[in-house]
Design a protein around this ligand. Structure first.
Ligand code: MOS
Length: 691
């Protein structure tokens, strides 16, 4: 038998599709576990202070209550993980912090009793508002995921001073929250041998197991995470969340299996959020549009005890070939939950600001924004000087202009009408890093077919389908003969479904395991640790171009997006059907970021407010009538044998800028503060007319 290499998936229908549409697929909270009881969190109603006495007497006397856990009786776990050392602290650092948990025979009884737990607090001063002049701003040692905080080359001041045209603008983005369809949930149970099983909704069973074991102080061998189906995550399930820990400690304390499901409101404090950003951009260019200087200075927040330094300006280090460049990041420690990952952490807010500024520069130059980007294409990665493993931004822009119908666009703003609507179009570039992480996998010949085992996670992307096809194409058999088992920590260790790294990371290991099976005949194992360690030497990124058409109601400020079109260069597309879903999903989330999403921060209460889906508006079907995604023919040989560069996140990058740029084109108004709401557009209109 000879290997056929990794082919393209013909149909991409989910192998677990029938299970999902018939309801047979079990999500975390749905696993049948006999004799389960229910846990409900007790959360601090203040953003800063000290926790005093906890009086659980009233709660314990309520119907069905089995136990109340908190700092008064359960404080000996947590280890080094501050965020998960739930009751092992006397300090409140954000509103909604977990201070206890009530366990009862029903969810309703647990919830009722949670409200009756009396906790003494000594309130402190809190601060939840990010400001450009925040006195606490500091320079973190690094930004995620280990990148330098500040970078630069050349003389930015001279580049700006000598520029024929320059722009300076500040863009702000709000706190945003991941709202996967499936809320965070877990069931935990300990068997008589002291082995803990956690049915969890997670983006990575291996990492979840290791974190749970570390926090509880037990051997990872004694923790099993079960997570065969996950209803979305977007980063919020990429790290172990408190619901899994409280399920585990409640189960240990009561000797019963414990079920925990966070409410939508609880998710806004317990499952991470995207930091707000204040981004100052300065661009200078020669009269013919060549960038002489780019400066991208970012201010964002982090939690008072946990540092999360989002890599907001990292995209600028990649994008354009300026003569001089500076990127910086400063953080303020606020009384907020720790920020965390949300689809394209860094690139999503960063590309909003950079690509809005590029549009402002194009306007100032009187130049087409597509051409401005193309003439500033760098020969090598600007910041590092490394060669690109592949870079086809210009091809995406060119193909996008054709598909969208960009040619002949009149750049003058505010002059096109369709009935009561002003009409505009906008463009922006996209980028996201292409990376992979070490993974293991096993492939075995079984029952006339093959089984591939890997602790990967399918969070709704179609990972199970894609890995099956990758295995089948290496084995040279029909995909129907390959069964993929994933979603269990007992399987070979694998990295997260995150960072757009899943397919490259897992696919490398699956392909290698199948190659090994072909040699052996019955069995193949793979561990890509060594080969991934040798991945250096290239600048690896996906690129894309996004085009938006918007309609703006001049009287109400309502913005509609009748058309969104993206062209991406993300390496070889292994499954067109699955990939299209990822691109369109990302673009939809970008549209949502542009027009709707933003968590309100109440300064006096020290709280995130309007924390439900009625008030945190996410784009719905009616908001996205026509989203189209295309890709160009590209194979990147420098990341993994499959030739793909990752597709989970690039679709959200640049979208908000394309829409904001189209709003400017429609109206002549620049709203530099996301989301672009009717109120902000009308305020911009009033400022212009002085009315
Ligand atoms: Mo995603 S923010 O890479 O989990």
């Amino acid at each position: 038998m000879t290997s056929t290499g990794i082919g393209t998936i013909a149909n991409g229908h989910r192998v677990e599709g029938t299970e999902k549409v018939t309801g047979a697929a079990r999500y975390a909270y749905e696993h049948p576990v006999p004799d389960a009881v229910y846990a409900y969190p007790v959360q601090a109603p203040l953003a800063s202070g000290m926790i005093g006495a906890i009086d659980a007497a009233e709660a314990l006397a309520m119907p069905g209550v089995i136990a109340v856990l908190g700092g008064h009786n359960t404080n000996s776990f947590g280890g080094k993980n501050f965020e998960l050392s739930l009751f092992n602290r006397t300090e409140v650092t954000y509103r909604g912090q977990l201070v206890g948990v009530v366990i009862a025979d029903t969810l309703e009884n647990a919830r009722a009793a949670a409200a009756a737990v009396r906790v003494d607090y000594s309130p402190g001063e809190h601060d939840v508002v990010l400001r450009a002049d925040h006195p606490g701003l500091y320079r973190p040692d690094k930004i995620n995921p280990g990148l330098p905080t500040d970078t630069g080359y050349g003389d930015v001041a001279a580049g700006l001073a000598g520029a024929a045209v320059r722009i300076a603008a500040t863009y702000t983005t709000p706190v945003q929250h991941n709202n996967p369809m499936e809320p965070h949930a877990a069931i935990a149970s300990w068997d008589s041998g002291g082995v803990l099983t956690v049915y969890d909704s997670t983006q990575g069973p291996t990492a979840d197991r290791d974190t749970i074991a570390d926090v509880l102080g037990v051997d990872p061998e004694r923790v099993r995470v079960v997570s065969p189906h996950v209803g979305g995550g977007f980063g919020s399930k990429g790290t172990t969340r408190p619901h899994a820990i409280i399920a585990a400690i409640a189960a240990r304390a009561t000797g019963r299996p414990v079920k925990v499901a966070l409410t939508r409101q609880q998710m806004f404090t317990l499952t991470g959020h995207r930091t707000p950003t204040i981004q100052h951009l300065e661009l200078g260019a020669t009269a013919d549009g060549r960038l002489t200087a780019v400066a991208h200075d970012v201010i964002e927040h982090t939690a008072s005890r946990t540092e999360f330094a989002e890599q907001t300006a990292a995209c600028t280090r990649v994008m354009y070939g300026a003569t001089a460049m500076r990127t910086t990041h400063r953080l303020a420690r606020l009384n907020v939950p720790a920020p965390s990952w949300m689809r394209a952490p860094g690139e999503a807010p960063g590309m909003y600001a950079l690509e809005s500024a590029m549009d402002e520069l194009a306007t100032a130059l009187g130049m087409d924004p597509v051409e401005l980007r193309i003439i500033n294409e760098p020969a090598t990665e600007p910041e590092s000087g490394l060669p690109f493993s592949s870079r086809n931004l210009a091809a995406c822009l060119r193909e996008g202009t054709e598909r969208f119908g960009w040619a002949g666009r009149d750049p003058r703003p505010g002059i096109r009408r369709r009935g009561r609507w002003l009409v505009g179009t906008g463009v922006a570039a996209s980028t996201y890093p292409a990376r992979r992480r070490p993974s293991r996998a096993v492939a075995e010949a079984v029952d006339g077919g093959y089984e591939v085992r890997i602790a990967a996670a399918d969070i709704g992307t179609g990972a199970r389908t894609a890995l099956g096809e990758i295995a089948a194409s290496v084995l040279g058999v029909d995909a129907a003969r390959v069964r993929v088992v994933l979603g269990y920590s007992a399987l070979p260790d694998a990295p997260l479904a995150g960072g757009s790294m899943g397919t490259a990371s897992w696919g490398s290991a699956v392909a290698a395991a199948c190659e090994a099976l072909l040699k052996d005949g019955t069995h193949g194992i793979a561990d890509t640790t060594q080969e991934v360690a040798e991945d250096a030497g290239w600048a690896r990124h996906s690129f894309g171009a996004q085009f938006a058409e918007v309609l703006v109601d001049q009287l109400t400020g309502e913005v509609r997006v009748p058309r969104l079109l993206g062209v991406f260069a993300a390496g070889r597309i292994i499954s067109p059907v699955l990939a299209r879903s990822q691109f369109i999903g990302g673009m939809t989330m970008g549209l949502s970021m542009a027009l709707f999403e933003g968590t309100a921060v109440d300064a006096s209460a020290g709280a995130f407010v309007r924390t439900d889906l009625a008030q945190y508006h996410i784009a719905t079907c009616a908001d996205v009538p026509d989203v189209q995604a295309f890709w160009i023919d590209e194979t990147d040989p420098h990341l993994w044998p499959g030739g793909g560069k990752g597709i989970g996140e690039i679709g959200i990058t640049g979208t908000a800028a394309a829409i904001g740029n189209a709003v400017y084109h429609a109206t002549g108004r620049r709203v530099r503060d996301l989301p672009i709401t009717p109120a902000k557009l009308l305020a911009a209109e009033r400022r212009r007319t002085g009315s």
